[in-house]
Ligand binder design. Structure first.
Ligand SMILES: [Cu+2]
Length: 299
């Protein structure tokens, strides 16, 4: 009897590989050709908005780093999976590959590796959180009230510079009137968050920052806006029937424009001795009468 060579199925590896390569190249060219600079930026930031605050840069870096780490792990896992599928696919000789069991070093490795990954992610998260929540001497302090269903901004006026405001200039938003919060560019603004009713959440996507506004406690955070412009802000916590009306605008302006706005508020008589942070003073229901409130919510 002659020598029996193992049978091999007829394959044209060269052709298949070339076709796949062409398809991938074609798809890439089509995708890239349709990309504006804005879209390329969005891809680089992995859909995160472009940060316009110093604090937002840290969060963006964590987001990108986490994706890169996850993709590296993904590539390793996909690579090993595909390798095993191809290398140990069923052959005509029906030979079973070597079965590895109770391999202690291997088992220790795949127990420790995920724990190490979690440790790295945890460390990166805590570092970012500390950087984002770091407090310094603020240039501007605003007491923010989130009330069903709008926002009230109380700019602290501290003329003698003792850290305590003597009076407050305010803008009271209503359900029908989206209020604007003015902030001077490149200066540290501190927000103290108050709620007279339910939990809200005060955030600006452009700053890549938000925080819960909880009745009975004062949360706070600082933001240093880095670019003049108008940005959208909103309530991030489903807080009732008219939650969707809890929008506001942030106007990041020059120091001069900021002071001009405060002077306007002063002139308009929007001044109080105490901040409007609760109860009657900030509880606006304009635009949300009970008649068109099917749940009978609100007061
Ligand atoms: Cu809300």
């Amino acid at each position: 009897m002659g020598l029996q060579l193992p049978r091999r199925s007829a394959r044209k590896p060269g052709l298949v590989r070339r076709m796949t390569l062409l398809a991938v190249l074609g798809a890439t060219v089509v995708l890239l050709a349709g990309c504006s600079e804005e879209q390329t930026g969005a891809v680089k930031r992995i859909a995160m908005p472009e940060p316009v605050s110093e604090q937002g840069e840290h969060t963006l870096a964590l987001w990108q780093g986490a994706w890169i780490a996850a993709l590296l792990v993904g590539l390793l896992v996909w690579g090993l999976t595909i390798f095993v599928i191809v290398r140990f696919r069923r052959r005509s000789d029906d030979e079973v590959p070597v079965q590895t069991r109770y391999n202690l070093p291997l088992e220790i490795f795949y127990t420790i590796a995920p724990v190490l990954m979690v440790v790295v992610f945890f460390k990166a998260t805590v570092t970012t959180q500390n950087a984002v929540l770091e407090k310094v001497e603020p240039d501007v302090v605003v007491d923010v009230t989130g009330q069903q269903w709008s926002w009230t901004f109380n700019y602290n006026v501290d003329e003698d510079g003792d850290g305590e405001a003597e009076r407050y200039l305010n803008t009271v938003g209503t359900g029908n009137d989206i209020p604007t919060l003015y902030l001077p560019v490149d200066e540290v603004a501190e927000f103290r968050l108050h709620s007279p009713d339910v939990v809200h959440n005060f955030g600006v996507p452009g700053f890549i920052m938000r925080m819960d506004v909880i009745p009975g406690r004062v949360n706070s955070y600082q933001i240093t806006p880095t670019e003049i412009g108008e940005y959208a802000g909103k309530c991030y916590e489903l807080c009732g029937a008219y939650h969707s009306r809890m929008l506001f605008t942030v106007a990041v302006v020059s120091r001069a424009d900021y002071e001009a706005h405060l002077a306007e508020l002063e002139e308009a008589g929007q001044v109080t001795e105490d901040p409007l942070i609760g109860g009657e003073s900030a509880d606006t229901q304009v635009g949300a009468p009970e008649s068109d409130n099917p749940e009978g919510e609100g007061k």
